[in-house]
Ligand binder design. Structure first.
Ligand code: GLN
Length: 188
C-alpha cells in the first residue's frame, strides 16, 4: 500500500517510519498532484493553524475537502479533520462529524503519557499527549474508540480516523497498522 503523509509541517518523518515498519511505502506529500498516487493520507501532529495556512497556500485545503482518500489525523491532524472547532467560526477540512477543543489537556501539564484501550486493537496502545485536543461531541455515525479522563481521544467515521495523541512519537505502530490494514486496504 502507498500511504502519504502531508509534509507541510509537523511530525512527518515519524509517521513515514511507522508506515515503513508496517511493511508499506511511505510518501511525503508536498504537492497536490501526489494525492493521485497514494491509497491513504496521514495528517500529522504539529500546529493546526500553521498547517492550515500552508494548506491554503499550496492548494491542499480545496483538494483535500474534495478528496475521497482515507485519512488518519493525529493531534493537529485531528483538528484538521473536525467539522467544528470550539471558539472558531469554521472547521478546516470538515471530514468528520465531530467537535474538538484545542489544547484541552494543556492546563495541568503540557504533556503526559498513558496506556490506553482502543477498540479494534488487541493490546493497549502507548499514547503521548502534547498540548492535545479532545473530542467534545460526535454525531451518531462516529465510533468512539478510546477515552481518557472521560474525554474522547480516538474516533472513527467510515474511512476517517482521528486521534488526539501521538502514536508516531512512540515505538507503538499498532494504530498505523489498523489504519492501513482495516481502513485503507478495505477501501480499495
Ligand atoms: N496544539 C496544537 C494545535 O492546536 C496541536 C498539538 C499537536 O499536534 N501536538 O494545532
Amino acid at each position: 500500500m502507498k500511504i502519504g503523509v502531508l509534509a507541510l509541517q509537523g511530525a512527518v518523518r515519524e509517521h513515514l517510519k511507522h508506515i515503513e515498519l508496517n511493511g508499506h511505502e511511505g510518501i511525503p506529500v508536498k504537492h497536490v498532484d501526489q494525492l493521485e498516487d497514494i491509497d491513504g493520507l496521514v495528517l500529522p501532529g504539529g500546529e493546526s493553524t500553521t498547517m492550515r495556512r500552508l494548506m491554503d497556500l499550496y492548494g491542499f485545503t480545496e483538494a483535500l475537502r474534495k478528496s475521497e482518500l482515507p485519512m488518519y489525523g493525529t493531534c493537529a491532524g485531528l483538528i484538521l479533520l473536525a467539522d467544528e472547532i470550539e471558539g472558531y467560526d469554521e472547521g478546516h477540512l470538515k471530514k468528520m462529524d465531530i467537535k474538538v477543543r484545542r489544547n484541552s489537556f494543556g492546563r495541568q501539564v503540557d504533556s503526559f503519557e498513558a496506556d490506553l484501550d482502543v477498540t479494534g486493537i488487541e493490546e493497549q496502545v502507548n499514547a503521548v499527549f502534547i498540548r492535545a485536543p479532545h473530542i467534545v461531541s460526535v454525531d451518531d455515525d462516529v465510533e468512539v474508540l478510546s477515552e481518557v479522563e472521560d474525554k474522547m481521544v480516538a474516533v472513527r467515521q467510515d474511512k476517517y480516523l482521528g486521534i488526539s495523541f501521538h502514536p508516531e512519537l512512540t515505538e507503538d505502530i499498532k494504530i498505523m497498522k489498523y489504519f492501513i490494514e482495516e481502513m485503507v486496504a478495505k477501501n480499495k
